[in-house]
Write a protein that binds this ligand. Structure first.
Ligand code: NDP
Length: 237
């Protein structure tokens, strides 16, 4: 187990799926954890009761709300930005407002959250953003806008790693492949297609992604920064 004892961590988008697995893992590792959510009040309350984490309702698509919640929880030792929207479909038919909201959530929120966290983060702090293997590889139709949001995170991590490196603050992207969550259930209609691209033909579990987050947040990862960490069963290989 990675020792996060007494570390203060905030997970943006932590009520379900990968975010909830990270909340559980950090709490089990001894961190003092808070997480945000938007719609899943019951799931958030249940997770908070189970783990001792604090649940905060806050819309990650609202820039000021993101800045306020990060500032309000700081100084943070660990920030994880996980909340996202995944809007797939024919770009000629997609609703432009929905695409812009996805860009707000998947690109603007991680950037402003990371910058706000870094204002008061102690030396050696950790910033982790959940991207996607689709930032590297988009092997089917309908994912252009989603992929653009995930590849934008790569440039952000490379740049912020340099901005904050002198303070020992690391900035990393975790790039999952298919992972069993409400957004992408292992028994969903797309599973056969996705497993066809993979060397290990199954969805990851949230716990597997959380294990990588715990490593990047832990003491052995202090020299890892500006990097993309793909965890995808070979989807992008
Ligand atoms: P889920 O849809 O299962 O969970 C999303 C989480 O984000 C929920 O806790 C949700 O909270 C929260 N959230 C969504 N919108 C907002 C918002 N506006 N404000 C605050 N919180 C919000 O997603 P996953 O766990 O599957 O995905 C998590 C991350 O992993 C995403 O960044 C996704 O792109 C990435 N990923 C996932 C893959 C997969 O196969 N599952 C593959 C590759 C990447 P609430 O319900 O309360 O709104």
């Amino acid at each position: 187990m990675t020792d996060s004892t007494s570390k203060k961590a905030l997970v943006l988008g932590g009520s379900r799926g990968i975010g909830a697995a990270i909340v559980r893992r950090f709490a089990a590792d001894g961190a003092q954890v808070a997480f945000t959510y938007a719609g899943s009040h019951d799931a958030a309350q249940a997770l908070a009761a189970d783990t001792g984490a604090s649940a905060i309702r806050s819309d990650a698509a609202d820039r000021q709300a993101v800045i306020d919640v990060v500032a309000g929880q700081g100084p943070l030792d660990i920030l994880v930005v996980n909340a996202d929207a995944a809007i797939l479909g024919d770009p000629l038919e997609q609703d432009a407002d929905a695409i812009d909201r996805m860009i707000d959530l998947n690109v603007r929120a991680p950037y402003h959250a990371a910058v706000e966290a870094a204002r008061r983060m102690p030396d050696g702090g950790r910033i982790i953003v959940i991207g996607s293997v689709n930032g590297d590889r988009m092997p089917f139709e309908g994912g252009a806008a989603y992929a653009l949001t995930k590849s934008a995170l790569q440039g952000m991590a490379r740049g912020l790693a340099r901005d904050f490196g002198a303070r020992g603050i690391t900035v990393n992207i975790i790039q999952p492949g298919p992972t069993d969550t409400d957004m992408n259930p292992a028994d969903g209609p797309m599973s056969g297609l996705m497993h066809g691209f993979m060397a290990i033909k199954r969805h990851a579990t949230g716990e597997e992604i959380a294990g990588l987050a715990a490593y990047l947040a832990g003491p052995e990862a202090g020299i890892i920064t500006g990097a993309m960490h793909t965890i995808d069963g070979g989807f992008g290989a």
